[in-house]
Design a protein around this ligand. Sequence first.
Ligand code: NBP
Length: 474
Amino acid sequence: MEKARIGVTGLAVMGRNLARNLARHGHPVAVHNRTSARTKALVEQFGDEGTFLPADTPEEFVASLERPRRLVVMVKAGAPTDAVIEEFAPLLEPGDMIVDGGNAHFADTRRREAALRERGLHFVGAGISGGEEGALHGPSIMPGGSAESYEALGPLLEDISAKVDGDPCCAHVGPDGAGHFVKMVHNGIEYSDMQLIAESYDLLRHAAGLAPAEIAEVFRTWNTGRLESYLIEITAEVLAHTDAATGKPFVDVVLDQAEQKGTGRWTVQTALDLGVPVGGIAEAVFARSVSGHADLREASRHLPGPSRAKVAGSSFADAVEKALYASKIVAYAQGFHEIQAGSAEYGWNIDAGSMAAIWRGGCIIRAGFLDRIRAAYAADPHTPTLLTDAHFAEAVGDAQDAWREVVATAARIGVPAPGLSTALAYYDSLRADRLPAALTQGQRDYFGAHTYRRTDREGTYHTLWGGDRTEVDA
Ligand code: NBP
């Protein structure tokens, strides 16, 4: 009997499309789902796309896989993933591998990898980006796990991943939870990028007085320049769309309450634990949260604001482009800082440039810009921040006057721009010769004897604030 090179269990949108992608690339693929109607439907609808080996039971599924077995789990993240692992692990043999392609938290992946390693099995937490279209036509894939498992799995995953300039958008990220960690930060950056684009739209609308269709044209133009990206492209499409029922711009009939599934929040929670400042991602998560607080917003609608004086049209659009580009550089600088901090904390040895390379295609944040990031890490793999890379430093330097003007305009006319503003504050914080953290240290020492260090000599000190205010060694 013909054996499958790889198997997929969990055949909802993602699993089904991933299985089809594998089959279309000539890999015989075993398919299984808890509810077998999905398995039947897949083979009935798409059976002619390649070789599918449908299985009704876990035993049948495992028996149809060649060794070492490669078993991809595409079920709802959380308890279902654990349930599926518990169902399949006893049927597997040492050297076999379970690949979790769902959106798992990297801490869960670390736990599962350690538990399965004890049982002689490989566990590969693979971040997969690009949604259902990506899964079918070529996603960006971020597999973690052992180097040994990547040897057996990598060629298959690279084969079905998106390609840019002939290079696969898939690379081994690092041990245990590294793949899901990088996918998490990727999503955090996506939040930040989307928020910055949304604020740029809002400013073009309310500060420059442009209509959605006109703003769509602005975005189309931007998409031919350095901002060229999937997100800018689809922004133009959404803004140009007219609602069939009302004839109004589509963007005006959509309820302005953004939802979230959790990976942005995880990125910020993890950054807090690692002590990494990711204000751009945090503001993006909070902006969605603010939008969802309908009662709070309704109660606050009548709070006074400034008169909304409009500013000139076309030159303001150029300024917004600069502010968006500079803020985007900050978003990526913060995200990559988190990746490097996670890599150091968990000993993953992640190649940051390679992560930029595999995000160039297949995923939501794909953009020409990522080539620049790859080049920055090629020039200096240990650069402490992308902002100091020569290309980005020059770009931000050129953009900064316009960036400041846009943030000031937003504040002056009362249009919220938390993403653009926090990005600028981050940039100025890094640039600052002295930060007011010195005063914060003084306050902490005053009320809590938390001590401080001095600029002019080594040691730790405390001032006797309640006494004669002499300084003592702490
Ligand atoms: P869902 O996240 O909607 O999960 C549905 C699948 O999980 C079905 O196959 C269902 O089987 C199975 N399942 C559940 Br629920 N509980 C199970 C259990 N206890 N045992 C066995 N199977 C169980 O599917 P999806 O949207 O295709 O996403 C799959 C994974 O990919 C998720 O982790 C998701 O976060 C991730 N992801 C999704 C996207 C996207 O764009 N949708 C993008 C990137 C990553 P049933 O048919 O028997 O109910």
